[in-house]
Design a protein around this ligand. Structure first.
Ligand code: NAX
Length: 328
């Protein structure tokens, strides 16, 4: 058996955290030969404390052979010490009457603090996935708050959007989802995202030869972009198990490789496709050897370019709005 690695999860008592930790402890993220030590970071209040206590009782009761240990804390520096992997679900939810701008500010402060703590105490090779919204900008804040770590340590969850897009295309064409490849979601995890079928293949065929342009424009793109709201309306709660599954897919592929598959990751731009450095943007990536690369040379027509610019502008606006917090 390999030596255990340290996986930090923030917000484990929340709904995505609850759906994720059991699968991580069971080996779904890092493989069935990789023991894990779970470090659980929650807010310091009686409700979170009690939920976390119950969660840890349940984790123990599963008797997972790969769960080498677990601990809980309310101190980010303790939570991220020597972390190999960090899944950041913990974030302030949007409360009644709260504007998106208020949410941005409230969460910027959290991710500033978590970025600084990662910078101080995490392994230099740590892989960080930000899920808490607005996840692209929160990931950019965490990366900027951790100057001694490579910006490549930080990423944001766009995989849920890619999974939704693959599933919708599979359903439309009647193909099994495992035959659907090279679906990409560019940009922000927000309604400005661009779910792109231009290079998608289904069992070796071009997806665009199998569906109508009208369906892509008026059904596929808006449905994928607004899927989160549709789930919220139907369930009375936001996506949880699907978000946890996507977070595990993202980390598993990053750590163990994507076997040539295009996977959408929110990663700090290196200037690819004209996206300014510093923005965390959904790009098509391949993962191998514990690293990712942004796939280069993908053709973008005028429509795609316009959609990328729109989501880029939104992200630039978000980053501008949190600049005062970054300068603190
Ligand atoms: P919940 O409100 O159920 O859980 C959040 C948890 O985080 C709570 O237990 C809370 O106590 C904890 N928390 C808050 N501040 C913290 C801090 N400073 N340190 C540690 N823990 C803290 O939310 P949940 O439904 O689990 O969603 C978590 C986040 O994921 C939200 O921001 C949500 O908007 C975001 N999502 C992102 C998605 C994506 O694809 N990127 C999709 C699903 C989801 O909407």
């Amino acid at each position: 058996m390999k030596p255990p690695v340290c996986v930090t999860v923030t917000g484990p008592a929340g709904q995505i955290g609850y759906a994720a930790v059991f699968r991580i402890a069971a080996g779904a993220m890092l493989g069935h030969d990789q023991p894990v030590h779970l470090r659980l970071l929650e807010r310091d209040n009686p409700t979170s404390r009690s939920s976390l206590k119950g969660l840890m009782m349940e984790l123990a009761d599963c008797a997972f052979p790969l769960l080498a240990g677990m601990s809980s804390t309310t101190d980010p520096k303790e939570a991220f010490r020597d972390a190999d992997y960090a899944l950041l679900f913990g974030a302030r939810p949007r409360g009644p009457g709260m504007e998106r701008a208020d949410l941005l500010q409230a969460n910027a402060a959290i991710f500033r603090e978590h970025g600084k703590a990662l910078d101080a105490v995490a392994k230099r090779s740590v892989k960080v996935l930000v899920v808490g919204n607005p996840c692209n900008t929160n990931a950019a804040i965490a990366a900027k708050s951790a100057p001694s770590l490579s910006s490549k340590c930080f990423s944001a969850l766009l995989r849920l959007d890619q999974n939704r897009a693959r599933a919708m295309l599979a359903e439309k064409t009647g193909a099994p989802v495992h035959q659907v490849h090279q679906v990409t979601v560019w940009g922000n995890h927000s309604p400005t995202m661009f779910p792109d079928l231009t290079h998608a293949r289904i069992n070796g065929m071009r997806a665009l030869d199998l569906v109508e342009p009208d369906w892509v424009e008026n059904d596929f793109i808006p449905t994928v972009a607004r899927r989160g709201s549709a789930v919220l309306q139907a369930r009375g709660a936001s996506s949880a198990a699907s978000a946890a599954a996507a977070a595990i897919d993202h980390m598993r592929d990053w750590a163990l490789g994507s076997a040539g598959e295009w996977v959408t990751m929110g990663v700090p731009s290196d200037g690819s496709y004209g996206i300014p450095e510093g923005l965390v943007f959904g790009f098509p990536c391949v993962c191998r050897g514990g690293d990712y690369e942004i796939i280069q040379g993908i053709g973008l027509d005028d429509d795609a370019r316009m959609r990328l610019d729109r989501t880029k502008e939104e992200l630039l606006g978000e980053l501008e709005a949190v600049r005062p917090i970054l300068e603190r």
